[in-house]
Write a protein that binds this ligand. Structure first.
Ligand code: PGA
Length: 247
């Protein structure tokens, strides 16, 4: 499977950050065996898509409805028109801050796919669940609940991000990542049959140039969703090259 390295800029970046996009795009072109995407704030998607020639531009969220009275929200068609090719749905920051349920996340994934974009669907457990030894059970149930409805596995990527590893500098152990990804793969087979084999499973949570090689070498880790280290080309490009070396 081609590795997939996705930058999630979260609520960071004004127009002057587009220069980072240029540099990242050059690295994407130089490492053609890796798929690279940048998800900037929605205000930058169209401008980012304009300057990218190899990497894809994406969005960080979409509304589940096609249109309507939803002040401040963006429909999937609007993001596609801005040239987004992918949408992150169900990031833990949205599940927590915006109280998004797995049922809603599934509807968002369907909305993104209906607008001809890929859905990057995030799952992950809080620390208390990990400490209670219930992480696999929790995450695979969350995955199943987030895949309800008419979801196309051909336009789907899953990102496993333990909440306690996001932005903390703390990374899950290689054996924990391997066990979780294998449990998620099994769930994908249950849900999609043979098509579950080709859904990419990314890891996210404090991925950096220094640890990317080890993480991307774990069985069933098909890429990374990167926050902090993706904001600068200088810290993001080593993750792309680490993926290229493993591909
Ligand atoms: P991080 O964020 O790389 O800063 O931990 C990852 C994410 O939230 O997608």
């Amino acid at each position: 499977m081609r590795p997939y390295i996705i930058a999630n800029w979260k609520m960071n970046g004004l127009m002057d950050a587009l220069g980072e996009g240029w540099a990242i795009d050059d690295a994407a072109a130089a490492n053609a065996n890796v798929d690279v995407a940048i998800c900037p704030p929605a205000t930058l998607i169209a401008a980012m898509a304009d300057i990218l020639s190899t990497a894809k531009a994406g969005a960080q969220d979409c509304h589940h409805a096609a249109s309507g009275a939803h002040t401040g929200c963006l429909a999937a068609d609007m993001l596609a028109e801005a040239d987004a090719q992918l949408v992150i749905v169900g990031h833990s920051e949205r599940r927590q801050d915006q109280h998004e349920s797995s049922a809603l996340v599934a509807q968002k994934a369907i909305a993104a796919q209906n607008a001809a974009m890929e859905a990057i669907l995030c799952i992950g457990e809080p620390l208390e669940i990990r400490d209670a030894g219930q992480a696999e059970e929790y995450v695979t149930a969350q995955l199943g609940d987030s895949l309800v409805g008419n979801i196309d596995p051909a336009k789907l990527t899953i990102a496993y991000e333990p909440i306690w590893a996001i932005g903390t500098g703390r990374v899950a152990s290689e054996s924990d990542i391997a066990a979780m990804h294998s449990a998620c793969r099994k769930k994908l087979f249950e849900r999609f049959g043979d098509a579950g084999a080709s859904v990419r499973l990314l890891y996210g949570g404090s991925v950096k140039g220094e640890n990317a090689g080890n993480i991307l070498g774990i069985n069933d880790v098909n890429g990374a969703l990167v926050g902090g280290a993706s904001l600068k080309a200088q810290t993001f490009i080593p993750i792309i090259t680490a993926a290229a070396a493993k591909a």
